[in-house]
Design a protein around this ligand. Sequence first.
Ligand SMILES: CN1c2c(nc(N)[nH]c2=O)NC[C@@H]1CNc1ccc(C(=O)N[C@@H](CCC(=O)N[C@@H](CCC(=O)N[C@@H](CCC(=O)O)C(=O)O)C(=O)O)C(=O)O)cc1
Ligand SMILES: N[C@@H](CCS)C(=O)O
Ligand SMILES: [Zn+2]
Length: 765
Amino acid sequence: MTVSHILGYPRIGAQRELKKATEAYWKGDQDREALEYVGRDLRARHWAAQRHAGLDWVSVGDFAFYDQVLNVSALLGAVPERFAAQQELAAGDVSLDTTFRMARGRAPSGTPAAACEMTKYFDTNYHYLVPELHEHQRFQLASTRLFDEVDEAHQAGHSVKVTLTGPLTWLWLGKEKGQAFDRLTLLEEVVEVYGEVLNRLAAQGVEWVQLDEPALVQDLPLAWQQAYERAYHRLQAAPLKLMVATYFGGLGDNLSLATRLPVAGLHVDAVRAADELTHVIDRLGPHQVLSVGLVDGRNIWRADLAALWERFMSVKVRLGNRLWLAPSCSLLHVPVDLALESDLDNQLKSWLAFARQKLDEVVSLSRLLDNRATAEDETRLDAATRALDERRDSERTCRKTVRARLAAIQLADSARSSAYAQRALAQRRKLDLPLFPTTTIGSFPQTQDIRAARRAFKAKTLGREAYEARMREEIAYSVARQEALELDIPVHGEAERNDMVEYFGERLEGFAFTRFGWVQSYGSRCVKPPVIYGDVSRPAPMTVRWSEYAQTLTDKPMKGMLTGPVTILHWSFVRDDQPRETTCRQIALALRDEVVDLERAGISIIQIDEPALREGLPLRQGQWQAYLNWAVECFKLSASGVRDETQIHTHMCYSEFNDIIGAIAALDADVITIETSRSDMELLAAFQDFAYPNEIGPGVYDIHTPNIPEVAWMVQLMEKALEKIPAERLWVNPDCGLKTRHWEEVEPALANMVEAAKVLRKRYA
Ligand SMILES: CN1c2c(nc(N)[nH]c2=O)NC[C@@H]1CNc1ccc(C(=O)N[C@@H](CCC(=O)N[C@@H](CCC(=O)N[C@@H](CCC(=O)O)C(=O)O)C(=O)O)C(=O)O)cc1
Ligand SMILES: N[C@@H](CCS)C(=O)O
Ligand SMILES: [Zn+2]
């Protein structure tokens, strides 16, 4: 029989129960027992959903109150000293509050300390807590949570398969703190503790443990490849079966390595690496199980059951009972349950599958392949075929005017009419800016009041006119504050935007919105990515009214604010029936029209944010250039419809940019404002080495902390910048938008920033 399972389920809850419970606990509105109760209840419901769907195993170990990588750090006792958890470590039980302090710097109990770094999990929009590693670090089994959860699932009568981040991927995701050293020197001891974990799980009666090793789809140095063999030779001694799970791409040059590992099973991503499957099967040991990830765990499209059935028949014949089926990766990256989406039209809904629906898809496929399909499977098969046929032929997905416009794009459309030097002269004449011009990145505080007004508008208890009047009030307030602060280039403040992607998606054709389609981004924070289902176009201007209004409130040039095509693409669920770059070009054309309309409305500076440009890089370096080529082209397509004297800005944050500096220069934005303060302006060395020709606003203060930056601090940061970039090309601005801050923090911080610019002007005029 074909075994069906999943690599993990979303833990946030269909109604974001986990978010609400953890935030209530942090605020002190709910005690730990109540929080633990919500955790237990969610686990019980998620396991029940897996079992009732008909999966052969339920996955245990995918639950986390904050992050699954952090859970492994606690399990291994990798708790930095500043969290003062020595007693807990000695007792072998790192507490929940300690993990919260590691994640957020504070928790209801314990002394606050600097939080651990958080960063993107591979190429997903999920963020994990980076394990902090130091030379000669000791590890020990230091948490019982996993074992308690296994007991919980056993008591509920489930067949348990444990899932856990594997030792090599955990180390790969970690970062050396302090002195640099080889992380692999820690492997032996880490593997020792994993060995203990496995023995204990075996003693609990666990038969299968899935060790997630997505690092295997990346370019690995030889020493790491060899370390895989060593580690798994040691782990195979455990008296249970191991499945190494790889996902988010193909194994490439790690394929032989992965299939050689002495484990009972291997999971591969057959969505992103369909063409590797035969090679994997050819190399598989005669008794090894292959788990094939054939339902897309990274997207929300309904699976084509008939096509998959046909495609995998031969695989079934080759592997027989050694075939397992699963989604390509954990379902953490998709929303929980489509059934809740009562506002989506039925046709679009019929094209989609969220986590709950993907369980059914996997189960039906395994029964179809076994020739034991039930009437329910037949119904699902027919419904999927019908829905996919409709989707393929629909005028909603394929719009001739959009396609014709795309086909007519010329090379010249992706370039400004003049080179930067000439544009800069025209812009200087028009804008007449001082040396070290000051500006912000766009958003001002999204107050409770603004959010409440938006909620009321969405709930229809506040009418459109009243809502818009409320937003205009907010814009007027923020412009007045900026005038008082003497900022050179004001912005309208983005009060009207719920999210920098959702806002634009709501105004573009080809996008749809869910009500409950939340996906965990980090900790308790979620995003609700739009669904791009059809050809994209802009039925009407999206931001022009707000910018036009804001411009009436000041004599200074009002900066127009847009989210760029690449960022809109990356932070959405993108249609899977055409190349991503085609969808991106369509978004770029829609934004191009907006840019031109803003110019026509008298807006002479327009910022096109691309914070997600870097994170869209493929996991394999060999594929970077192809991606960067189309990403840069799309940005330029959106930016190039304007006259020389219109100044185009872009903004980037959340990433390190050293390795894509060439692509950043190729964007040819007149000004880039970029996150640099946390890295002490180090990034600018790359701009200097590359002889970056245009203007730069290196962020002079970190907006992620409530601290008010001092004038002298910002002046010295800018002086560091001056060592690399001439004064005429430098701007002064914060690292990113201010929407998460409070006015009481923003005003003194910006006042100091403006003061710093004045000091610099005196010194360098
Ligand atoms: C910068 N990042 C972004 C990503 N993707 C995006 N699409 N946008 C981004 O900005 N990806 C990478 C990073 C991820 N970083 C973050 C940072 C912060 C959050 C976050 O705070 N999320 C909020 C949800 C924010 C939101 O959309 N708010 C809405 C209101 C939403 C809502 O429904 N509110 C109430 C409704 C119930 C009621 O009270 O009536 C509710 O919360 O239930 C708005 O402002 O209008 C979060 O709370 O999780 C996410 C990613
Ligand atoms: N314009 C946006 C960019 C965030 S990356 C903002 O200011 O919030
Ligand atoms: Zn930013």
